[in-house]
Design a protein around this ligand. Structure first.
Ligand SMILES: *Cc1c(COP(=O)(O)O)cnc(C)c1O
Length: 350
């Protein structure tokens, strides 16, 4: 079945008289002994419904986590002491902070690479234990050659992990490109309404699924039931939201390119995230985010509402990201309304 149908139908209770159509919220810390669930940190029917739906979309088995960073941290914990982790220099700041912290405590070694320089990344994979991808990267929007790098990583015996938060399984299915594990900040497009913090990992390797589930359950990095329910409700319209967000983004990219206040537009050609570099740098960017009424100045991304922010306002953002770069998370509003609001603010800058 096509992804739109999977998004709507996967993870539903069986079609039996008097069964609800949607999995309800199950509030339970423990279950009557003798079954498979046992205890609330190991299993919950509402998580399971979400996991079935996301797993079906990515082509593997999913595990729900309390946040994207809980998923990131659990996956990084797969490697042994002093092992080498290769990751994009322009990864999500939380991932970069976590890698830096693990390295500073002597837990792992890291090598940060330009993910667009395939030959250099392939060379860096040689003695890696884990190769981390973000593609497109946040917020530089660089795209990696996943199949080629995954081959090199596997030759070295490394795990291949793709943070698929930006693309979503509708635009990129990393397991089919050679990844062993997919990581999601469910907080973003998958839940999609700026009201849930949640994460997920997906793998098509049964043994790895067991290891990751064991780690999650012992770390206690499990989501609340309400969060899983909201995320599943969001997932039901993922295809509609991603399609509209992408359509709007593509149209805004065309219009932004001609505006004199814009120095550069970065867009990988797909998805709902666009980065622009203001011709007049950081000051212009800081002014812009306070001049709109529809666009909301806020971090995070992937919600139905359009948001934007200057990324370098965060100390952890790499210095190679331009000071005047504003990341736009394009929502599902009317594109002309979005453009009128943005153009008005940009006109004021020139
Ligand atoms: C937001 C984000 C994360 C972290 O997810 P949280 O749900 O905020 O913990 C990881 N990777 C990417 C690409 C993100 O955008």
């Amino acid at each position: 079945m096509k992804p739109a149908t999977v998004a709507v139908t996967a993870g539903r209770p069986p079609h039996e008289p008097d069964r609800p159509l949607s999995e309800p919220i199950t509030m339970a810390s423990t279950y009557v002994a003798g079954g498979d669930l046992e205890y609330g940190r190991y299993a919950n029917p509402t998580w399971t419904a979400f996991e079935e739906a996301l797993g079906a979309l990515e082509g593997g088995r999913a595990l729900a986590f309390s946040s994207g960073m809980a998923a990131v941290t659990t996956v990084l914990d797969l490697v042994g002491h002093d092992a080498l982790v290769v990751a994009p220099a322009h990864s999500y700041t939380g991932t970069l902070l976590q890698l830096g912290d693990l390295e500073s405590r002597g837990r792992i070694r890291t090598k940060l690479v330009d993910i667009t320089d395939t030959d250099a990344v392939v060379a860096a994979c040689e003695d890696a234990a884990l190769v981390w991808f973000e593609s497109p990267t946040n917020p530089a929007l660089e795209v990696a050659d996943i199949p080629r790098i995954a081959d090199a990583a596997h030759d070295a015996g490394a795990y291949v992990v793709v943070d698929n938060t930006f693309a979503t399984p509708l635009l990129q299915q990393p397991l089919s490109l050679g990844a062993d594990i997919v990581v999601h900040s469910v907080t973003k497009f998958l839940a999609g309404h700026s009201d849930v913090l949640m994460g997920a990992v997906v793998t098509d390797d049964e043994q790895l699924h067991g290891v990751l589930k064991g780690r999650r359950d012992l770390l206690g990095a499990t989501p609340g039931t309400l969060e899983a329910w909201l995320a599943l409700r969001g997932l039901r319209t993922l295809h509609l939201r991603v399609e509209r967000s992408q359509q709007n983004a593509q149209e805004l990219v065309r219009r932004l390119a001609d505006h004199p206040a814009i120095g550069e537009v970065r867009y990988p050609g797909f998805g709902g995230i666009v980065s622009v570099v203001l011709a007049q740098g950081a000051m212009a960017a800081d002014l812009l985010v306070h001049k709109t009424s529809l666009w909301v100045h806020a971090t995070s991304l992937g919600g139905v509402e359009s948001t934007f922010e200057r990324r370098r306002r965060w100390k952890a953002e790499p210095a190679t990201i331009p000071e005047g770069l504003v990341r736009l998370s394009v929502g599902v509003e009317d594109v002309d309304d979005l453009w009128d609001d943005l153009r008005g603010a940009l006109d004021d800058l020139t």
